[in-house]
Design a protein around this ligand. Structure first.
Ligand SMILES: [Mg+2]
Length: 231
């Protein structure tokens, strides 16, 4: 069966959040120091900040407060204000796709494949991220949580993609970084699966119930996967 379409998860599959978070934490710490925080060891303190940030997720601002508490720093309003400002500014500037993403997407389109996005993010967030990274034009359509109302690995989001593409499940390959949501979910409807191991968050489950058809450590490996599947 020849492959006809690829469905991509967005966060941590196309978007390199990890890079952005590391840079953001550096800027946050610099900003806290600028308003008076005394830091003995920048590197060690930065590592601690990254760790707390990865655990708390990107949407919440509580991680800066938690960091100050855990490090036994004073909870000054100016620290939180400076940290939140530095974070928001950096987040908007450094939201980039993983290296090699654009040439890979161009290659896939040249091969005649349809590309779509299947994300558990709210619709406007997904659109803003895609637009910000200049990736919008590569995709035929975007399916988000606002369309599906349920998150992956529920079958419904995947079934919605199949229906919109008017293809058979086995003609579609889903690429994602979350074993349970992306791999198990896509497998359950009969899609081919690619596990984007490079995007794995170490604070999350690493293994799902099913084995992915392919595991890639860099998005450019997708070219070989697709070549194999297209034979
Ligand atoms: Mg993801």
């Amino acid at each position: 069966m020849v492959l006809k379409a690829i469905s991509f998860d967005l966060d941590n599959t196309l978007i390199d959040f990890f890079r952005m978070k590391k840079i953001a934490c550096e800027r946050v710490l610099e900003s806290l120091i600028d308003v008076g925080l005394k830091v003995d060891n920048f590197e060690e303190t930065w590592k601690k900040l990254v760790k707390i940030h990865l655990k708390e997720g990107i949407e919440s601002n509580t991680w800066i407060t938690r960091f100050l508490k855990e490090m036994k720093y004073e909870l000054k309003d100016i620290y939180i204000a400076a940290g939140v400002n530095a974070y928001q500014k950096t987040r908007d500037t450094f939201l980039d796709p993983y290296p090699n993403t654009i040439p890979v997407l161009i290659h896939l389109i040249k091969k005649g494949l349809k590309l779509v996005i299947l994300s558990d993010a709210p619709r406007m967030k997904a659109y803003r991220r895609l637009h910000k990274m200049n990736l919008y034009h590569f995709f035929d359509f975007i399916v988000t949580l606002d369309d599906t109302k349920v998150k992956k690995p529920d079958k419904l989001p995947f079934e919605m993609v199949i229906k919109k593409l008017k293809l058979k499940p086995k003609e579609i390959m889903h690429v994602g970084d979350w074993p349970v949501r992306d791999v198990d979910g896509a497998k359950s409807v009969g899609m081919k699966t690619v596990f984007a191991k490079y995007g794995v968050d170490k604070y999350r489950d690493k293994i799902g119930k099913t084995k992915p058809d392919y595991t890639i450590k860099n998005i450019k490996e997708l070219i070989n996967v697709v070549d194999k599947e297209s034979k």
